[in-house]
Design a protein around this ligand. Structure first.
Ligand code: E4P
Length: 226
């Protein structure tokens, strides 16, 4: 499962990229609106940081306008993916753009039936939103599981991107269920790496190394520094 960051913040994206595990970025109008950099310089910079898909969202439910927006977004960079909200007009635009070879991420998917529509419209990615389903007492992971099962049975090539993730369990269960991509805020990325036993173990080994160093004879210079 590819790990993607759900952010338009350049510091967060650079930090996650430095870990060597970042395979993509998802943005949306809310995330873009929080940043001070103008839209085009911001999304161009994001595309240059990441070696992977960067989803950039359109803003309309009108097929013709979405197709025009899709053409312009696709020009921004080779790794730009056109993000289109689920709607009848959005599906029409997805079909037209996909037939032209432009990659489309159909977003705001909340049901398996919407995911079937996205695949049939030729989407490159479909994004079910788990956390927002959980927020209204619906089991987001159950919906993801249904989508992954249906896509496997039907042989759909559309990638399932597990979105709106709130915590590490969402990430782990998305991997178990067979999601192709998981996108998460930076704070969830950080939560994936941390464990109190890891931190305590590292502190203990560091102290023990410091105490042992005087008795260990010659050390490689970089080990001496530690
Ligand atoms: C995905 O592409 C969306 O931008 C995102 O995951 C939405 O998450 P939220 O429900 O935390 O806003």
């Amino acid at each position: 499962m590819k790990l993607s960051i759900d952010s338009a913040n350049l510091d967060e994206i650079r930090k996650a990229a430095a870990w060597g595990v970042l395979r993509g970025v998802t943005t949306n109008p809310t995330l873009i609106g929080r940043e001070e950099t103008g839209f085009l310089p911001l999304v161009k910079e994001i595309c240059s940081i990441v070696d992977g898909d960067v989803s950039i969202e359109t803003s309309s439910d009108d097929t013709d306008l979405l197709v025009r927006q899709g053409h312009e977004i696709a020009q921004i960079a080779d790794n730009a993916v056109v993000k289109i909200a689920m709607s009848p007009g959005g599906l029409g635009a997805c079909r037209i753009l996909s037939d032209e070879g432009i990659k489309v991420n159909v977003t705001l998917a909340f049901t398996a039936s919407q995911a079937i529509l996205a695949a049939e419209a030729g989407a490159y990615i479909v994004s079910p939103f788990l956390g927002r389903l959980d927020d209204i007492s619906t089991d987001g992971l159950r919906v993801l599981s249904d989508i992954c099962e249906i896509y496997s049975v039907q042989g759909y090539e559309t990638q399932v991107l597990s979105a709106s993730l709130r915590h590490p369990v969402h990430v782990v269960e998305s991997a178990r269920m067979g999601a192709d991509i998981a996108t998460m805020p930076f704070k969830v990325f950080e939560a994936l790496v941390r464990h109190p036993l890891t931190d305590a173990g590292f502190e203990r080994f560091t102290d023990d190394w410091e105490a042992a160093k005087p008795h260990l004879g010659e050390l490689p210079p970089s080990m001496q520094e530690a």
